[in-house]
Design a protein around this ligand. Sequence first.
Ligand code: MGP
Length: 247
Amino acid sequence: MDRNSQDGDNEFESNTPPKGCQHYANLSDMPWDIQKYYDQRYSIFSQYDEGIWMTEDAWFGVTPEPVAKKVAEHVAEAAPESKAILIDCFAGVGGNVIAFARSGRWRRVYAIEKDPRALACAKHNAEIYGVRDQISWYEGDCFKILRNELADLGKHSVVFASPPWGGPGYRSDTVFDLTRMQPYTLLDLLKPLQKLANNVVLYLPRTSDMRQLAAQSRGSSKTMVMHYCMEGASKAICAYFGAFTFR
Ligand code: MGP
């Protein structure tokens, strides 16, 4: 069931992660197949040692903090001033939504996440970064929640989506086919999100097929695509659909 859980949650009363959420204090505690990410823990969350919680999937899907911060700065600067709300459709363990809230640009930030374990991590992590109360939390399918609960906010909102890309295997394709992205293709995402809001930002593989993105530009409007890099290498791109003005 979809659930707005901004009030009354009690998981912050305990620092013990619930089932499916972990804070690994040692490499040897981690499952072997995700151990390679342990070295990246401080670039994922600089406050990792404060007790950041992760799900196992989050280790390869979360947006690293410097990238999330830069994306948040760009969205804040480039969105029309009239947009006062930011909706993050796939909040995961909170990498992006924490950065959006920390930017101070938005009257309210909304976070939607289907996986209750990831949502518990996101709330806990937002607490560590001091922004938990600036975010309204929704558990459930983002498309249903956008349609049934947040539709009225659309005209005031920028909608951000960092969807699953089908796992780390995305790297095996030289050019990533966005029509085959799983579980949501480019159009599965764009159509409902653009129905809700004119300003939509998608966080996608760095190898995404640019022709497929270009084909989605409306009329004469341009779609800005930005690479986000760390240590000289692209981590991912953001595609900005709608009226964004980059200085
Ligand atoms: P990566 O390619 O797995 O890592 O992810 P890296 O360190 O660039 O790989 P390597 O070639 O150096 O070994 C790069 C970035 O993509 C990560 O930091 C995440 O932000 C993002 N990312 C990766 N995956 C698999 C996903 C995903 O499924 N969804 C989303 N939204 N982001 C992802």
